[in-house]
Structures are given as C-alpha cells and as structure tokens.
Design a protein around this ligand. Structure first.
Ligand SMILES: Nc1ncnc2c1ncn2[C@@H]1O[C@H](COP(=O)(O)OP(=O)(O)O)[C@@H](O)[C@H]1O
Ligand SMILES: [Mg+2]
Length: 380
C-alpha cells in the first residue's frame, strides 16, 4: 500500500446516541477523499456502562478507568477491522483522529467556566494500533473561551466551500446552504451566509431513543414508525418549544445532560395523560421544528442537506420536509455518506493537528481565536 503512503488518516466518532463507533479512512493525497468506512456497534454492556457515567454516581473514577479501557479496546478493534478489510498497513496511516465518548458537556456560561469530558485512552489506542493518535479536540477550544462544540461545521466549511475537488462536489458559491446533522443532538452548519456558521440546535436522536426505550423493545424508533402511529400534542409541543435554549443566540452548544427524559418529565407534569406514542410523535415534531425554524429564520430558500443517524428516521424527515420550501437532500449527493460525515471530519481534524493548521472555529464556538486543536500521542 504505497500509493497512499503518508496521505492516509483515520477518523473515529462515537456520539451521544451510544450506538457505536463510526470509522472512516480518508486520503488527503490531492484533496479529501473517503476511501473506506465501517461501523462497530457497542455491546449492550458497554453502552450501559457509558450511559451510567453520563450522570453523577458512585465510584466514578474507577468506573471511568474501566470503561475507558473497554472503549479504547473497541476503538482499536474498529481500526484493525478497517485496515484488514482494505488491506492497508498501519504504517501507511499518518494518524488516527479519535473523538472518544462524551460523558459530560457543560459549555462555559456566566456562572461556570465550563468543561467537556470525552473518554478515550489515546496512549493505549496508539500502543494497540501502532498508529499515532490525535484526541482531546474540544479542550483547547474551551480553554479559549469557546463552547468546545460543535466542531464539524468547520469541516463542512472546509470541504464544501473551499475545495474544488473531484471526489467531493463543492456547492455553488453564494447559494445559501444548510447542513444539518441529526446525531444525539442536532446541529446546523450554514454555508455562504453571513449568519453564524454553526451551532447545536437542540434535541436529536437521544431524546427520541430514550423515550422509545422506556416504552418499547429495542434501542430506537425504526424509521420513526412508532412516532408516526401517534398523534401530535400541540399543548406539549408549545411548552417544549418554550425552552430558553431555543431562544439563545449562537454560539451555543448542548448535550443529553440537558435535553433528556428529566427535561421532558418537567413538561409532562403539566400535560398529563398523553399516550406514549403521542409523546413520541410530539418529540419528532419538536426535532423537526427546531431544525426548520433555524433554516427558515435565516433563509427559507436555502438548500438543506442532512446527515447523521436521524437521516434514517423517515417520519422525522417527512415532518421536516413539510416545513421546508425545498425538499431535503442527503450529503451523499455531495460525495460524503451522511453516516460517516463526523468520522471523516475527525480524520481532517487529525490531519490539521499533524500539519499544525489552526481550525477555523472562532465564529462557530466563540473561542477567542482559531487554534491548533488536539493532543498528539505518538505510537513510537
Ligand atoms: N433506521 C432508522 N430509523 C430511525 N432512526 C434511526 C435509524 N438508524 C439510525 N437511527 C437513529 O440514529 C441514531 C444514531 O445516530 P448517530 O448519527 O450515530 O448519532 P451519534 O453521533 O450521537 O452517535 C440512532 O440512535 C437512532 O436514533
Ligand atoms: Mg453514532
């Protein structure tokens, strides 16, 4: 594997939906191109261990060390699987950009300095794979007064507006474009507008998943069918939409430590006797509306591309489309599979760290400057 030697990077992402690890092999030989991608689901036990660490509990230090160890083993397995499947040698990979697993994200506020915590042992991952590892991407941004999230809008800016690439289709200059990622939390990137370039919108899959898991078998509402069987409750929707997060001006970021079942329960106290499936229908509409309100308030004419696991929720997509002028498109049309957008972004972030390129985030996260992000952990 010599043609790609020293142009290959691996990007890895495991988000708050806790479904597993997305991994992508990316080359920057000429321009960015995703060569291979795969997904490694978490075991039920690991998922549970991580979930327990997302809220305060007993003996956290030991449980963090144990969970981090198991998680890093999974990251290493994902790397080995990707390399073996594509007959690529570890020595041909420049670096792995590994996000790790967020267990807390508390952005800075007027009364708190803020912190964000991603589990991953980068030294262990480097030792297990024989490849240099870049991780801890969010810390520097927070150190510079930024939100530490979202990071991916900087990648969207880079690939879709700056490069004239054969692999990745660049968008038309001047035409307003929004890229929506529906992961555990939903976020938006604006391209070609003077509006804030990207921020977290609010709930995505985690709230839908958590309500589904409480009332149904399985981890998520496949294609949104259960939500579709329910009836929207306007009163509940109105109350949920009044949350102060939705009114905040960007930069802003959030996580499931805020938008969770406890958050929902507070509204259910005043809206009693609603059927569980009606609540799922209402949460789906809430997710659709926070996305479409954001688009329509800046540019109803915008072309809107969607990525992240939420793109598979047909009912959600259908609800989004009813509120938009133009039908949603998939980022697949731009050359990147929406399930691996974030993994590709972490490969790019690793490349940026290795080449010491600052990441243009200050307009997105509110950091005081664009900085080189991530710590580099050498395999040698
Ligand atoms: N077929 C599907 N129908 C409905 N929802 C889906 C489907 N496939 C994936 N999802 C949703 O996508 C989530 C995973 O999204 P992902 O982008 O990986 O989020 P994260 O970045 O937080 O890991 C799942 O938890 C689920 O809610
Ligand atoms: Mg995921």
């Amino acid at each position: 594997m010599s043609t790609h030697a020293k142009t290959l990077y691996i990007g890895m992402m495991s988000g708050t939906s806790l479904d597993g690890i997305d991994i992508a092999l990316v080359t920057f030989k000429d321009k960015l191109s995703v060569l291979a991608q795969t997904f490694l689901p978490f075991s039920i036990e690991l998922k549970q261990q991580i979930k327990l660490l997302t809220t305060p509990g007993e003996n956290e230090v030991e449980r963090i060390a144990e969970t981090e160890y198991l998680l890093t083993q999974c990251y290493a397995t994902a790397v080995k699987t990707l390399l073996e499947k594509n007959t690529i040698s570890a020595k041909d990979v420049c670096a792995i950009g590994a996000h790790g697993q967020t267990i807390r994200h508390i952005p800075p506020s007027s009364n708190h300095q803020g912190y964000t915590l991603q589990l991953l042992n980068p030294s262990l991952l480097a030792a297990l794979t024989g490849i240099d590892v870049v991780s801890n991407f969010r810390q520097k941004d927070i150190a510079l007064g930024g939100q530490g999230a979202p990071l991916v809008p900087a990648f969207h800016q880079y690939i879709f507006t700056e490069l004239d690439n054969n692999g990745i289709k660049t968008i038309e200059p001047q035409k307003p474009v929004a890229i929506i990622n529906i992961g555990g939390i939903s976020n938006i990137s604006w391209l070609n507008t003077s509006s804030s370039q990207g921020y977290d919108l609010g709930p995505g899959n985690t709230l839908l998943d958590n309500w589904y898991q409480k009332h149904q078998q399985g981890s998520y509402d496949k294609e949104g069918n259960w939500g579709k069987s329910g009836t929207l409750n306007e009163c509940l929707l109105k109350e949920l939409l009044q949350d102060k997060y939705f009114q905040l001006t960007p930069p802003k970021s959030t996580g499931p430590e805020y938008f969770n079942l406890k958050w929902l329960q507070a509204c259910l106290r005043t809206n009693t006797d609603i059927l569980p499936e009606d609540i799922q229908a209402t949460l789906t509409e809430l997710t659709a509306l926070i996305i479409t309100n954001a688009v329509n308030s800046v540019s109803p004419q915008a072309e809107v591309y969607i990525c992240g696991g939420g793109q598979h929720n047909k009912f959600l997509l259908n609800r989004i489309n009813t509120h938009l002028l133009h039908p949603l498109k998939l980022t697949q049309e731009l050359g990147i599979d929406g399930d691996y957008m974030e993994a590709a972004a972490f490969a790019w972030l690793a490349m940026s760290r290795v080449r010491k390129h600052p990441v243009e985030l200050k307009q997105i996260t509110g950091a005081s400057k664009n900085a080189i992000l991530g710590g580099l952990f050498l395999a040698g």
